[in-house]
Design a protein around this ligand. Sequence first.
Ligand SMILES: C[S@@+](CC[C@H](N)C(=O)[O-])C[C@H]1O[C@@H](n2cnc3c(N)ncnc32)[C@H](O)[C@@H]1O
Length: 274
Amino acid sequence: MVESVIENLNIRDDGIYADLTAGFGGHSKKILEKLSERGKLVVVDRDPFAFEHLKQIFKENKNVIVLKMNFKDIALDFKFDGILLDLGVSSFQYDTPKRGFSYRYNAPLDLRMDTDENNRFSEILNMDISQIASIIKNYSDEYDSYNIAKEIFQKIQKNKLKTTFDLKDAIIKGKKGRDISKGLKRVFMAFRIFVNDELNSLQILLNRLPFITNRKCRVVIITYHSIEDRLVKNHFKSSTDFLPVHKKVIKPKYEEIISNKRAKSAKIRVLERV
Ligand SMILES: C[S@@+](CC[C@H](N)C(=O)[O-])C[C@H]1O[C@@H](n2cnc3c(N)ncnc32)[C@H](O)[C@@H]1O
């Protein structure tokens, strides 16, 4: 997937590029390899741990700018020739128990990418069943959203929704034996999207793309679930500023899926500024 992303960014060695979801710098390093000293790379992540790591790995590179911010706020005094968005959570976030992203470990319910921000999860504690069900349905397409929301609501009433395992227990009860592991994945994802306001950030950035890009700028977007991909697809359907480079989305090769389970649901869309 990395090769395909780099190829599709169509990198010019003196161009200005942005990796707006840099995580632990895997893609950024590959972009940098293609740049000469005249090129520039802006590396962004909202996660403070990712930011510290990125600062460290690029500290010797004078043509790399590392920023800790939500990409929806990106505003610099130059425009980009290529932008990469590799959406969702990093393996580091997902695999660090205390971050609360995964139902595999028991931890306080956190789910924030930016741990310097207030945790929006507390808003859920004041919601009624239908509001909780709407979050689950709208952000994950989970069909048992109401039953799960009812179980979550009951835990909240008893002051017993504090940890990832409390949430896991409510989801398992709500699923009543059907598709439990899919249900767990979907509900944790739905709450993560809500807590981080992910779709809103993405929509704001997509709306701003014409103002932050040069002509011929390539935008490569990797999504990992259908709701995000639908948003991207629909946005560009009516766009007169960007045209798709490929007729179909790019999907990872079989070998990539075998070596990286997350890649299974990845879809890559490539757009070019007219
Ligand atoms: C799938 S990981 C990216 C992995 C990265 N491409 C690499 O090679 O290591 C997604 C990253 O994007 C960050 N992220 C997600 N939404 C963001 C946003 N709105 N603004 C800034 N960073 C964001 C997350 O914190 C996470 O580190």
